[in-house]
Design a protein around this ligand. Structure first.
Ligand code: 4GP
Length: 796
């Protein structure tokens, strides 16, 4: 530790010519970021040495998205030096929390899939597993959301300005990537040769983010590729007088790592997205293969040393790219190359929403990646041939990779991987029985489940130090190292003192959240009210609108029917994809409810609505520990897993939810008594669709629905009306908000009653905390390391 303080002082001296006393917070921030990074780099040196000696198999996690969250606190916490650095700085009158707040939250992802990738890297590193993450160094991550008059506006988030200090630029490991041009195949004495000409050359520059582990030897890296023009290449064109073409590749290069696609759960068919996907998968694979070849002088044993994970379909071009490298760069035959390829890749599916299953039109794809396209076509030809041979030709309608001139990337992933997993029990069942039913028949055993998990060190250890310290004192044992120990807490389920202590901690976290709400939205909220939280991407299937309908229902009851409910604060935070009009309307509606209630001297005594802008990891860390109620109300069968549900449970919130995604497993863990389940189940949803769902029938049959929707038409705070939402619900309602309305409203009454019984509520909350052990990312990643990748801990 002495060492660390000395390093910080030295950095300030050499970089700024300042002593610590004379430094400002900005300089200190830079010193802390850089010295933490250096410390991790040094630690990594020993670790990689050990890995080289053992020659063991490693995993590579390919993901277009990693929502890493802020790194400084995480790293100091993991290195076990947070308290010491804090008190050292306090002596010099610096507040570490203010320094933390200077770090941008790198928004290199949209939502659950991206956050999951980061939770997994953290957990794997804490458990000493050798894993490297690969992604893109987006100059602009997800947009910064500003709510202006209730409408979402998107602003660019230039995170690299202050975020760069955590990165290590590895200019020694640049890689060339080729786009466009023409390929020609011809036979030579050494076999088939491929000529690739007139292509555009781009350079991928690596930047490494050190990933620290808690009490571990491992320091892994997340390698982020940045695109730049290939100066040497362009120069040749330039000399030949082809100015226009030389700047073309510059333009392509500049655009590739410019920004993250802000679409979540939907597929924007843009050429740029194809380029981004190929850019980072090609760079990553070229690097993996090159290193392997350098060590072993052969790629025959690649699958013994490398498991490469495809996180959703975005990195699916890994499969044809591996074939290209093996055949074109290392002279493997198709058969041999395929044998290696299908032993290397495993794929996770994260959604069954049809619009999110990526498809590319051949006309768009083939000119950008001519060689990759011919390889995909050949993979498909051989796959179709195989299906003919085994008598599965009639299933090619759903299984062929190229269909109606579209390339179906999920199908490519399934054909080219040795393992496919879903992210919760229910989700995997749906994949097997429905989405990929034919594949499951021809590839028995290829599909399996790994229920998601969360990095409890961040979501409890760092976000809720009050609860962590308390549990540490109470339970002994290091449950932060091993979350399964938290189940010990069950012993105290009837201990009044413990229950009261937990309630006090929750109160403290609610106070902190209330202060944030006051600062951000200017709304005073009652700490004693029920803090009811729905935080996640805004999507119709997640049904923020159902939550809003319940609020309208309560508003009417309070205002016109004398209802006097227990005070409740409804807290929302969510980003909507920038082109998703309905989602943006729903945000506007929620914000309008907030204004309408604030302006009503009667209703605001009972309910409040708060929409917090710019939902991101850092904000989640403030909201989640302060929640009493966790809203997980997606239409059954639509939410692949959910992970916010786990984070909220771990922090003692009680779930009101449908039997969907990992809610099913939460229910298995805590039982009916400790959770509020409502709504149609997946088979009932399917039946209702099959019969023909008519939301208007519910509107006409159920007076509460009619009253709520009719009243909704009258809501008007600033001239914006919501007839469009009402008409949409009555006529279409694709996610069946109206069918679940009564059941939801009734369950919310039970929530209110339960909250009124303090002892019961606190006990339920304790049981939820105690039962959250299985949702640790340690458990989930162990299922990947043991069951899918077959890798061991470093040095073992
Ligand atoms: C999300 C799913 O919607 C969510 O249920 C799941 O928990 C998460 O992946 C991690 O598996 N999907 C996405 C996406 O974020 O972009 O498809």
């Amino acid at each position: 530790m002495n060492h660390m303080t000395k390093d910080i002082e030295q950095y300030l001296q050499t970089k700024f010519g300042n002593s610590l006393e004379d430094s400002n917070e900005r300089q200190l921030y830079q010193a802390l970021m850089a010295e933490t990074r250096n410390r991790l780099s040094k630690k990594r040196y020993d670790y990689t040495k050990k890995l080289k000696e053992s020659g063991q198999k490693q995993a590579y996690y390919m993901s277009m998205e990693f929502l890493v969250g802020r790194t400084l606190r995480n790293n100091l916490f993991n290195l076990g030096i947070e308290d010491e650095v804090r008190s050292f700085l306090a002596e010099k009158n610096f507040d570490l929390d203010r320094i933390y707040d200077m770090e941008p939250d790198p928004g290199l992802g949209n939502g659950g899939l991206g956050r999951l990738a980061s939770c997994y890297l953290d957990a794997l590193t804490s458990n000493d597993y050798p894993v490297t993450g690969f992604s893109i160094l987006y100059e602009f991550g997800i947009f910064k959301q500003v709510i202006a008059n209730g409408w979402q506006q998107e602003y660019p988030d230039n995170w690299l300005g202050m975020g760069q200090y955590g990165l290590v630029h590895r200019s020694d490991e640049e890689i060339e990537i080729k786009f466009y041009g023409k390929t020609e195949e011809h036979w030579t004495n050494e076999g088939l040769k491929v000529n690739y000409e007139d292509y555009k050359s781009i350079i991928a520059e690596p930047y490494d983010l050190m990933i620290s582990g808690y009490k571990s030897e491992a320091v892994n890296v997340l390698r982020l590729w940045k695109s730049k023009a290939n100066a040497g290449f362009d120069m040749k064109l330039f000399e030949r007088g082809e100015y226009a073409r030389s700047s073309e590749s510059e333009a392509i290069a500049e655009s590739i790592s410019k920004l993250l696609y802000p679409a979540d759960d939907n597929n924007e068919g843009k050429a740029l997205r194809i380029k981004q996907q190929y850019f980072f998968t090609s760079a990553s694979l070229q690097q993996i293969v090159k290193n392997h070849y350098k060590t072993y002088g052969s790629l025959d044993n690649l699958a013994d040393k490398a498991a490469i994970h495809i996180n959703d379909t975005h990195p699916s071009m890994c499969i044809p790219e591996m074939m290209r490298i093996l055949m074109d760069d290392y002279n493997y035959s198709w058969e041999k190359a395929w044998e290696i390829t299908i032993k290397v890749f495993a794929y996770t599916n994260h959604t069954i929403m049809a619009e999110a299953l990526e498809k590319w039109s051949v006309d768009l794809f083939a000119p950008i990646l001519p060689r990759i396209y011919t390889i995909i076509r050949e993979i498909n030809n051989r796959f179709c041939q195989y299906c003919n041979e085994i008598g599965a030709a009639s299933d090619l309608e759903s299984m062929s990779i190229i269909h109606n001139n579209m390339i179906r990337m999920a199908n490519l992933c399934i054909v080219g991987s040795y393992n496919v997993n879903g992210v919760s029990g229910l989700h995997t069942d749906i994949l097997k029985a429905d989405t990929f039913e034919a594949f499951n028949r021809i590839y028995p055993g290829k599909f399996n489940n790994v229920t998601n998990g969360i990095a409890h060190r961040r979501w409890l250890g760092q976000a809720n130090p009050e609860l962590t310290n308390y549990l540490n004192g109470l339970l002994g044992g290091d449950f932060i190292k091993d979350l399964s120990n938290i189940e010990e807490l069950l012993k105290y389920a009837d201990d009044k003192t413990v229950l009261a202590d937990l309630e006090k901690i929750k109160y403290t976290k609610k106070e902190q959240l209330a202060k944030y709400i006051k600062d951000a939205n200017g709304i005073n909220v009652d700490i004693n009210s029920i803090f009811d939280v729905q935080v996640k991407r805004l999507h119709e299937y997640k049904r923020q609108l159902l939550n809003a309908l319940h609020i309208v229902y309560l508003y009417r009851q309070i205002k016109f029917n004398g209802l006097r409910p227990r005070p409740r604060t409804f807290i929302f935070a969510a980003k909507a994809s920038s082109g998703y009009v309905m989602a943006k309307n729903i945000i506007k509606f929620i914000c309008t409810l907030s204004d309408m209630i604030e302006a009503d001297p009667l209703v605001r005594n009972y309910i409040k609505v708060v929409f917090l802008e710019d939902y991101r990891v850092t904000l989640a860390e403030i909201i989640i520990p302060g929640a009493n109620v966790s809203e997980q109300i997606s239409q059954a069968g639509k939410e692949a897993s959910g992970t916010g549900n786990m984070k909220l449970m771990l922090n003692g919130a009680l779930t009101i939810g449908t039997l969907d995604g990992a809610n099913v497993e939460i229910h298995d863990a805590v039982g009916d008594d400790n959770m509020f389940l409502f709504g149609l189940k997946t088979p009932e949803v399917n039946d209702l669709y099959a019969k023909g769902y008519r939301p208007r029938d519910y509107y006409e049959r159920v007076p509460e629905i009619k009253e709520t929707l009719d009243f909704m038409r009258t809501i008007n705070v600033d001239g914006t009306r919501f007839d469009n939402l009402v008409d949409y619900l009555i006529n279409q309602d694709p996610y069946m908000c109206l069918a679940d309305f009564e059941s939801y409203v009734n369950k919310q009454k039970e929530v209110e009653e339960a909250y009124g019984d303090k002892d019961r509520w606190n006990r339920m909350s304790l049981v939820n905390i105690a039962k959250s052990g299985i949702f640790s990312a340690d458990r989930a990643t162990q299922e990947y390391t043991d069951g899918i990748w077959h890798i061991a801990r470093a040095g073992r």
